[in-house]
Design a protein. Structure first.
Length: 338
Protein backbone atom coordinates (compact mmCIF):
# COMPACT_ATOMS: atom_id res chain seq x y z
CA UNK A 1 0.00 0.00 0.00
CA UNK A 2 1.50 3.33 -1.09
CA UNK A 3 2.25 5.89 1.61
CA UNK A 4 -0.14 8.86 1.57
CA UNK A 5 1.03 12.43 1.08
CA UNK A 6 -0.52 13.60 4.36
CA UNK A 7 -1.06 11.96 7.72
CA UNK A 8 -3.85 13.69 9.66
CA UNK A 9 -3.16 13.23 13.36
CA UNK A 10 -6.23 13.35 15.60
CA UNK A 11 -6.03 12.31 19.27
CA UNK A 12 -9.34 11.63 20.98
CA UNK A 13 -10.24 11.09 24.62
CA UNK A 14 -13.88 10.59 25.66
CA UNK A 15 -15.00 12.47 22.56
CA UNK A 16 -17.88 10.24 21.45
CA UNK A 17 -20.21 13.23 21.13
CA UNK A 18 -18.01 15.24 18.75
CA UNK A 19 -15.45 12.98 17.08
CA UNK A 20 -17.72 11.80 14.26
CA UNK A 21 -18.34 15.34 13.00
CA UNK A 22 -14.65 16.18 13.31
CA UNK A 23 -13.57 13.10 11.38
CA UNK A 24 -16.31 13.52 8.78
CA UNK A 25 -14.91 16.99 8.04
CA UNK A 26 -11.57 15.36 7.23
CA UNK A 27 -13.12 12.63 5.08
CA UNK A 28 -14.92 15.36 3.11
CA UNK A 29 -11.67 17.10 2.12
CA UNK A 30 -11.17 17.92 -1.57
CA UNK A 31 -7.59 16.62 -1.26
CA UNK A 32 -7.94 12.86 -0.90
CA UNK A 33 -4.41 11.46 -0.67
CA UNK A 34 -4.25 11.21 3.11
CA UNK A 35 -4.58 8.87 6.04
CA UNK A 36 -6.26 9.88 9.28
CA UNK A 37 -4.61 8.46 12.38
CA UNK A 38 -7.32 8.59 15.02
CA UNK A 39 -5.59 7.88 18.32
CA UNK A 40 -8.01 6.73 21.00
CA UNK A 41 -6.28 7.73 24.23
CA UNK A 42 -7.84 5.07 26.44
CA UNK A 43 -11.35 6.53 26.27
CA UNK A 44 -13.96 5.21 28.69
CA UNK A 45 -16.96 6.24 26.57
CA UNK A 46 -17.92 5.13 23.03
CA UNK A 47 -15.14 7.02 21.25
CA UNK A 48 -13.51 3.79 20.04
CA UNK A 49 -16.83 2.45 18.77
CA UNK A 50 -17.45 5.61 16.74
CA UNK A 51 -13.93 5.55 15.30
CA UNK A 52 -14.04 1.88 14.37
CA UNK A 53 -17.36 2.38 12.57
CA UNK A 54 -15.88 5.19 10.48
CA UNK A 55 -12.74 3.15 9.80
CA UNK A 56 -14.89 0.29 8.53
CA UNK A 57 -16.50 2.69 6.08
CA UNK A 58 -13.35 4.46 4.87
CA UNK A 59 -9.97 2.74 4.64
CA UNK A 60 -8.14 6.04 5.03
CA UNK A 61 -9.02 6.02 8.73
CA UNK A 62 -6.54 4.14 10.91
CA UNK A 63 -7.55 3.74 14.55
CA UNK A 64 -4.79 3.44 17.13
CA UNK A 65 -5.89 2.45 20.61
CA UNK A 66 -3.40 3.28 23.35
CA UNK A 67 -3.61 3.24 27.16
CA UNK A 68 -4.66 6.60 28.55
CA UNK A 69 -1.51 8.66 28.89
CA UNK A 70 -2.55 12.17 27.92
CA UNK A 71 -2.32 14.20 24.76
CA UNK A 72 1.48 14.15 24.36
CA UNK A 73 1.62 10.38 24.58
CA UNK A 74 -1.25 10.07 22.10
CA UNK A 75 0.29 12.58 19.68
CA UNK A 76 3.66 10.86 19.73
CA UNK A 77 2.06 7.46 19.21
CA UNK A 78 0.39 8.88 16.13
CA UNK A 79 3.61 10.46 14.87
CA UNK A 80 5.40 7.11 15.22
CA UNK A 81 2.75 5.46 13.05
CA UNK A 82 2.41 8.26 10.47
CA UNK A 83 3.49 7.50 6.90
CA UNK A 84 2.91 10.86 5.19
CA UNK A 85 5.48 13.45 4.22
CA UNK A 86 3.24 16.02 5.88
CA UNK A 87 1.49 15.91 9.26
CA UNK A 88 -1.80 17.76 9.63
CA UNK A 89 -3.20 18.21 13.12
CA UNK A 90 -6.86 17.90 13.95
CA UNK A 91 -8.77 17.76 17.23
CA UNK A 92 -11.76 15.60 18.00
CA UNK A 93 -14.04 18.57 18.70
CA UNK A 94 -13.18 20.89 15.80
CA UNK A 95 -14.22 21.12 12.16
CA UNK A 96 -12.04 21.47 9.04
CA UNK A 97 -13.39 23.16 5.94
CA UNK A 98 -13.22 21.10 2.72
CA UNK A 99 -10.28 22.95 1.10
CA UNK A 100 -8.06 22.94 4.19
CA UNK A 101 -5.70 20.06 3.35
CA UNK A 102 -5.38 21.03 -0.31
CA UNK A 103 -4.50 24.65 0.37
CA UNK A 104 -1.99 23.86 3.10
CA UNK A 105 -0.39 21.11 1.02
CA UNK A 106 -0.13 23.38 -2.04
CA UNK A 107 1.39 26.15 0.04
CA UNK A 108 4.09 23.94 1.55
CA UNK A 109 4.86 22.40 -1.82
CA UNK A 110 5.34 25.89 -3.29
CA UNK A 111 7.32 27.25 -0.31
CA UNK A 112 10.10 24.76 0.47
CA UNK A 113 11.69 27.23 2.91
CA UNK A 114 8.62 27.07 5.17
CA UNK A 115 8.38 24.18 7.63
CA UNK A 116 4.81 24.61 8.85
CA UNK A 117 1.66 26.26 7.56
CA UNK A 118 -1.29 27.12 9.77
CA UNK A 119 -4.46 28.89 8.74
CA UNK A 120 -6.87 31.43 10.09
CA UNK A 121 -9.54 29.92 12.30
CA UNK A 122 -13.14 30.76 13.09
CA UNK A 123 -13.84 30.91 16.81
CA UNK A 124 -16.50 28.44 17.85
CA UNK A 125 -16.81 29.47 21.50
CA UNK A 126 -19.66 31.00 23.42
CA UNK A 127 -20.47 34.53 24.50
CA UNK A 128 -18.67 34.07 27.83
CA UNK A 129 -15.32 33.35 26.14
CA UNK A 130 -14.24 36.88 25.32
CA UNK A 131 -10.61 36.27 26.22
CA UNK A 132 -10.36 33.28 23.92
CA UNK A 133 -12.09 35.17 21.13
CA UNK A 134 -9.59 38.05 21.42
CA UNK A 135 -6.77 35.52 21.36
CA UNK A 136 -8.16 34.04 18.13
CA UNK A 137 -8.46 37.52 16.62
CA UNK A 138 -4.78 38.12 17.46
CA UNK A 139 -3.56 34.82 16.00
CA UNK A 140 -5.49 35.56 12.82
CA UNK A 141 -3.39 38.70 12.28
CA UNK A 142 -0.16 36.67 12.19
CA UNK A 143 0.51 35.38 8.66
CA UNK A 144 4.06 36.25 7.63
CA UNK A 145 6.91 34.12 9.06
CA UNK A 146 8.87 37.19 10.16
CA UNK A 147 5.87 38.65 11.99
CA UNK A 148 5.15 35.28 13.61
CA UNK A 149 8.77 35.02 14.74
CA UNK A 150 8.85 38.46 16.35
CA UNK A 151 5.47 38.00 18.07
CA UNK A 152 6.08 34.46 19.31
CA UNK A 153 6.88 35.39 22.91
CA UNK A 154 3.46 36.96 23.51
CA UNK A 155 1.29 33.87 23.07
CA UNK A 156 1.27 30.72 20.99
CA UNK A 157 0.81 32.10 17.46
CA UNK A 158 -1.13 29.08 16.12
CA UNK A 159 -4.26 27.14 16.93
CA UNK A 160 -2.77 23.68 17.33
CA UNK A 161 -5.40 21.75 15.29
CA UNK A 162 -5.02 24.18 12.38
CA UNK A 163 -1.45 23.36 11.36
CA UNK A 164 0.27 21.20 8.77
CA UNK A 165 4.02 20.60 8.99
CA UNK A 166 6.74 18.60 7.30
CA UNK A 167 7.24 15.19 8.91
CA UNK A 168 10.99 15.73 8.55
CA UNK A 169 10.83 18.35 11.32
CA UNK A 170 10.03 15.60 13.81
CA UNK A 171 13.01 13.60 12.59
CA UNK A 172 15.29 16.63 12.86
CA UNK A 173 14.10 18.21 16.10
CA UNK A 174 12.27 15.48 18.00
CA UNK A 175 8.58 14.88 18.80
CA UNK A 176 6.30 16.61 21.30
CA UNK A 177 7.79 16.95 24.77
CA UNK A 178 5.87 16.04 27.90
CA UNK A 179 6.16 18.42 30.81
CA UNK A 180 4.45 21.21 32.75
CA UNK A 181 3.88 23.36 29.67
CA UNK A 182 1.70 23.56 26.53
CA UNK A 183 3.13 20.90 24.22
CA UNK A 184 2.28 22.75 20.99
CA UNK A 185 3.74 26.11 22.02
CA UNK A 186 6.95 24.45 23.18
CA UNK A 187 7.24 22.71 19.80
CA UNK A 188 6.78 25.96 17.84
CA UNK A 189 9.35 27.76 20.03
CA UNK A 190 11.81 24.89 19.63
CA UNK A 191 11.44 24.93 15.86
CA UNK A 192 11.77 28.70 15.55
CA UNK A 193 14.83 28.66 17.80
CA UNK A 194 16.33 26.18 15.32
CA UNK A 195 15.57 28.55 12.41
CA UNK A 196 12.42 26.89 11.06
CA UNK A 197 10.09 29.34 9.33
CA UNK A 198 6.41 29.05 10.21
CA UNK A 199 3.66 30.68 8.17
CA UNK A 200 -0.11 30.96 8.11
CA UNK A 201 -2.54 30.95 5.22
CA UNK A 202 -4.96 33.90 5.01
CA UNK A 203 -7.97 31.63 4.45
CA UNK A 204 -10.17 30.56 7.37
CA UNK A 205 -10.03 26.76 7.13
CA UNK A 206 -10.91 25.50 10.62
CA UNK A 207 -13.65 26.11 13.15
CA UNK A 208 -11.89 26.07 16.51
CA UNK A 209 -14.41 25.16 19.15
CA UNK A 210 -14.02 26.00 22.82
CA UNK A 211 -15.91 23.50 24.96
CA UNK A 212 -15.59 23.60 28.79
CA UNK A 213 -13.58 20.36 28.58
CA UNK A 214 -10.84 21.80 26.32
CA UNK A 215 -7.45 20.94 27.82
CA UNK A 216 -6.30 24.55 27.73
CA UNK A 217 -9.11 25.25 30.20
CA UNK A 218 -8.77 22.18 32.41
CA UNK A 219 -5.14 20.97 32.37
CA UNK A 220 -2.59 22.57 34.73
CA UNK A 221 0.08 22.42 32.02
CA UNK A 222 -1.71 25.28 30.26
CA UNK A 223 -1.77 27.53 33.32
CA UNK A 224 -0.27 31.02 33.16
CA UNK A 225 2.66 30.35 35.52
CA UNK A 226 3.96 27.28 33.68
CA UNK A 227 3.36 29.04 30.37
CA UNK A 228 5.74 31.84 31.36
CA UNK A 229 8.25 29.54 33.01
CA UNK A 230 8.62 27.52 29.82
CA UNK A 231 8.77 30.38 27.35
CA UNK A 232 11.19 32.41 29.50
CA UNK A 233 14.01 29.96 28.72
CA UNK A 234 13.45 30.39 25.00
CA UNK A 235 13.16 34.17 25.39
CA UNK A 236 16.40 34.35 27.38
CA UNK A 237 18.27 32.43 24.68
CA UNK A 238 16.78 34.70 22.02
CA UNK A 239 18.01 37.75 23.94
CA UNK A 240 21.48 36.26 24.31
CA UNK A 241 21.65 35.76 20.53
CA UNK A 242 19.93 38.97 19.37
CA UNK A 243 20.25 41.71 21.99
CA UNK A 244 23.43 43.74 21.27
CA UNK A 245 23.33 44.99 24.87
CA UNK A 246 23.01 41.55 26.43
CA UNK A 247 22.47 40.85 29.29
CA UNK A 248 20.95 44.31 29.92
CA UNK A 249 17.31 45.18 29.18
CA UNK A 250 14.64 47.65 30.19
CA UNK A 251 11.23 46.25 31.14
CA UNK A 252 8.11 48.16 30.17
CA UNK A 253 5.47 47.51 32.82
CA UNK A 254 6.01 47.87 36.55
CA UNK A 255 2.84 46.25 37.86
CA UNK A 256 3.09 43.30 40.22
CA UNK A 257 2.25 40.70 37.56
CA UNK A 258 4.54 42.26 34.98
CA UNK A 259 7.45 42.25 37.42
CA UNK A 260 6.73 38.67 38.48
CA UNK A 261 6.95 37.48 34.90
CA UNK A 262 9.98 39.56 33.98
CA UNK A 263 11.88 38.52 37.11
CA UNK A 264 12.01 34.96 35.76
CA UNK A 265 14.65 36.22 33.35
CA UNK A 266 17.06 36.87 36.20
CA UNK A 267 17.43 33.13 36.66
CA UNK A 268 18.87 33.10 33.11
CA UNK A 269 21.39 35.85 33.74
CA UNK A 270 19.36 38.75 32.32
CA UNK A 271 19.92 42.12 34.04
CA UNK A 272 16.91 44.45 34.34
CA UNK A 273 18.23 48.03 34.30
CA UNK A 274 14.94 49.84 34.84
CA UNK A 275 11.18 49.39 35.03
CA UNK A 276 9.30 51.71 32.64
CA UNK A 277 5.77 52.76 33.60
CA UNK A 278 3.25 55.52 32.92
CA UNK A 279 1.71 55.57 36.41
CA UNK A 280 3.05 58.68 38.20
CA UNK A 281 2.48 56.97 41.57
CA UNK A 282 5.08 54.33 40.68
CA UNK A 283 7.72 56.52 39.04
CA UNK A 284 10.68 57.10 41.34
CA UNK A 285 10.10 53.98 43.43
CA UNK A 286 12.68 51.23 43.71
CA UNK A 287 11.12 47.78 43.34
CA UNK A 288 13.10 44.54 43.55
CA UNK A 289 16.24 46.64 43.51
CA UNK A 290 15.34 48.39 40.24
CA UNK A 291 14.14 51.97 39.82
CA UNK A 292 10.79 52.73 38.18
CA UNK A 293 11.10 55.41 35.48
CA UNK A 294 8.81 57.12 33.01
CA UNK A 295 8.81 56.61 29.27
CA UNK A 296 11.30 59.45 28.95
CA UNK A 297 13.91 57.00 30.33
CA UNK A 298 13.52 54.56 27.47
CA UNK A 299 16.77 54.09 25.55
CA UNK A 300 16.96 55.79 22.17
CA UNK A 301 16.41 53.53 19.16
CA UNK A 302 19.38 51.16 18.73
CA UNK A 303 20.79 52.31 22.10
CA UNK A 304 19.21 49.63 24.27
CA UNK A 305 16.68 46.82 24.26
CA UNK A 306 13.27 46.72 25.95
CA UNK A 307 10.80 43.97 26.79
CA UNK A 308 7.15 44.81 27.34
CA UNK A 309 5.06 42.88 29.86
CA UNK A 310 1.62 44.44 29.71
CA UNK A 311 -1.80 43.32 30.88
CA UNK A 312 -5.12 44.59 29.68
CA UNK A 313 -6.91 44.42 26.36
CA UNK A 314 -5.48 46.92 23.88
CA UNK A 315 -2.46 47.89 26.01
CA UNK A 316 0.03 46.29 23.62
CA UNK A 317 -1.45 48.07 20.59
CA UNK A 318 -1.26 51.44 22.36
CA UNK A 319 2.33 50.79 23.42
CA UNK A 320 3.44 49.72 19.94
CA UNK A 321 1.93 52.86 18.43
CA UNK A 322 3.99 54.92 20.87
CA UNK A 323 7.20 52.94 20.34
CA UNK A 324 6.92 53.17 16.58
CA UNK A 325 6.33 56.92 16.87
CA UNK A 326 9.76 57.31 18.53
CA UNK A 327 11.53 55.11 15.97
CA UNK A 328 11.51 51.74 17.70
CA UNK A 329 11.51 48.61 15.51
CA UNK A 330 10.14 45.29 16.78
CA UNK A 331 12.89 42.70 17.11
CA UNK A 332 15.62 45.36 16.95
CA UNK A 333 14.69 47.63 19.85
CA UNK A 334 11.93 45.79 21.67
CA UNK A 335 9.74 42.71 21.94
CA UNK A 336 6.30 42.18 23.39
CA UNK A 337 6.57 39.39 25.95
CA UNK A 338 2.93 39.22 27.10
Amino acid sequence: MNAPCISVLMPAYNAAGTVADALESILAQSFTDFECLAVDDGSTDDTAVVLEALAARDARVRVLRVPHGGIVSALNAGLAAARGNYIARMDADDYSLPERLKLQYDFLECHPCVGMAGCRVAFGGGEDAGGYARYVDWTNTLLDPDRIAVERFRESPFAHPSVMFRASLIQQHGPYRDGPFPEDYELWLRWMEAGVRLAKLPQTLLRWDDPPTRLSRTDARYGTDVFYAMKTGYLARWLAANNPFHPHISVIGAGRMSRRRAMLLRDHGIVIDRWIDVDPRKIGNVVDGVRVCGRDCLPAPEAGFSLAYLAGHGAADDLEAFLHSIGYVAGRDYLLAS
